[in-house]
Design a protein. Structure first.
Length: 311
């Protein structure tokens, strides 16, 4: 993938480690989606997931954009710990600190305008990118080649939907880092092959650090293969719909939304097909990922039409 272009102007800010919100579900599962026993029941696992996927997340916008915290959230105003801030700037500190960065990744200076903190960042190769792109090689690869472009085959469409299911509550760069592991674990996201995953296989995935180890999300993806196995690329494209006329890319991440009328309609259709964990927020992310809605900021070099494969 090469070297990650260092952003020349990427703002820093206070903030503690991002918190993952785990869903509380019925059926003998704890808050982290772990089963207390019994066989996997993908139907019961799906109950309540759509509403859980749409729970308000005041920090979700910032995490999706690769920023510490959303503007206006209570934690955004917390004063930084000087010692911790110094550690982060030097690239030292606890290895478990999710805000820990390499010294080379620290921007040389922040923008002069408050909104510059939320615009596309100018990277060392002369290209402007969305703020989450220069957070690592995997994120850069995802941003520059796949994010915001329509898939070319059925596995690519099913992968896009599944990645948005895993995305719920997590930063976008964290999903990019695990994409290869998820593709391996879920057999290239060929729906018919994923449907063959057994309960024992799911248990093994929960021990695999290369994937998102959340039983609820894993079972939701396996369950969704029942409805998606027979969908051709044209069927997926028809489900997603055409890009709305006159849709403009957001200028800053502050303008990003977590829902849209197009996503509301798509979520309803997904539910009619029997899919789970595909509420309005997940459906909106799916439309951004596949390029139906503008997924890049206005000044990002990737703004515009493109093509993404399943490889």
């Amino acid at each position: 993938m090469g070297t990650v272009p260092v952003p020349l102007h990427r703002p820093t800010g206070p903030g503690g480690p991002a918190r993952t919100v785990h869903n509380r579900l019925p059926g003998g599962r704890d808050r982290r989606g772990r089963s207390y026993g019994g066989r996997m029941d993908t139907v019961s696992a799906g109950r309540g997931l759509d509403r859980a996927a749409d729970l308000p997340d005041p920090e979700g916008l910032a995490r999706s954009a690769g920023l510490p915290h959303a503007a206006g959230s209570p934690r955004a105003a917390d004063p930084p710990d000087p010692a911790r801030a110094a550690d982060l700037a030097r690239g030292t500190g606890s290895r478990d600190d999710p805000d820990r960065v390499r010294a080379a990744d620290v921007p040389h200076s922040a923008g002069s305008h408050p909104e510059d903190a939320f615009r596309a960042v100018l990277c060392g190769d002369g290209l402007r990118r969305c703020p989450w792109a220069p957070t690592g090689p995997a994120a850069l690869e995802e941003h520059d080649h796949r994010w915001g472009a329509p898939p070319v085959d059925s596995p690519g469409w099913f992968e896009a939907l599944s990645l948005e299911i895993f995305q719920a509550g997590l930063a976008r760069w964290s999903i990019a880092q695990r994409r290869d592991g998820l593709r391996r674990a879920f057999r290239g996201f060929v729906a018919g092959d994923v449907a063959e995953l057994t309960e024992d296989a799911v248990d093994e995935l929960l021990l695999d650090p290369a994937v998102i180890r959340n039983r609820v999300k894993i079972e939701a993806v396996v369950h969704n293969t029942r409805a998606c196995a027979g969908l051709a690329p044209a069927d997926w494209a028809e489900l997603a719909g055409e890009p709305p006329a006159g849709a403009q890319p957001p200028v800053t991440v502050l303008e990003l939304t977590r829902r849209s009328p197009e996503a509301d309609r798509l979520a309803a259709r997904f539910k009619q097909l029997g899919l789970v964990f595909v509420g309005r927020t997940t459906a909106h992310g799916f439309l951004l990922r596949t390029g139906v809605l503008p997924g890049h900021l206005a000044q990002c070099f990737r703004t515009g039409p493109g093509t993404a494969g399943s490889g």
